[in-house]
Design a protein around this ligand. Structure first.
Ligand code: ADP
Length: 173
């Protein structure tokens, strides 16, 4: 049984077996949560990302996929990097966003991670409407067969927190 929990705050302050990063396909850092994870995780995270680029992911990590590195100085054993889709008005990319959650959990299972913290993937610079992003996140985690015991969504602002809360605890009236 996987328990879903919600926290409002900065994911780089969380303690978990694995912390998921909303990366970009370069794996070499960026803004938002990606920048924060690299800042607090320190150079060991970037070093391992560079090695991945030099070996298995020469062209970068494709959208919807996930890969793990050390967590460096974060209070975690691993960072799982996943690349969310950029929101599109003309194309439904929901499957790719769901794939980020599914693939991250698959990698977590391979590692033996029991607790995994996720940010609201794609809902920042990539422009995904947060209510829809929350719906896809919660539904996908609920539908995924995983040994992860706790999935913790760490939401940076009140609006994202409320959007996830509405999915986890739907109102009955
Ligand atoms: P993306 O490019 O996938 O949209 P962003 O980092 O821009 O990634 O935003 C994804 C989500 O992460 C947004 O909801 C944003 O508010 C949130 N976020 C930004 N910094 C942090 C942080 N330190 N901890 C948790 N969530 C964060």
């Amino acid at each position: 049984m996987t328990t879903l929990t919600l926290v409002r705050g900065d994911i780089t302050r969380e303690s978990a077996d694995a912390i998921v990063n909303a990366a970009n396909s370069s794996l070499l850092g960026g803004g938002g949560v990606d920048g924060a994870i690299h800042r607090r995780g320190g150079p060991a995270v970037l070093e391992e990302c560079r090695r991945l680029r030099a070996s298995s992911y020469g062209k970068g990590l494709p959208t919807g996929r996930a890969v793990a590195t050390t967590a460096g100085d974060l209070d975690a054993r691993w960072v799982i990097h996943t690349v969310g889709p950029v929101w599109s008005d003309t194309e439904d990319r929901s499957d790719l966003l769901a794939s980020c959650y599914r693939e991250s959990l698959r990698v977590a299972d391979e590692l033996g991670a029991a607790t995994v913290a996720f940010p609201a993937i794609s809902t920042g610079v990539y422009g995904w409407p947060v209510e829809d992003g929350a719906r896809i996140a919660v539904r996908t985690v609920r539908e995924t067969d995983t040994s992860v015991r706790e999935v913790r969504f760490v939401l940076f602002d009140e609006r994202a927190y409320e959007a996830f809360a509405a999915q986890v605890r739907p109102r009955t009236r």
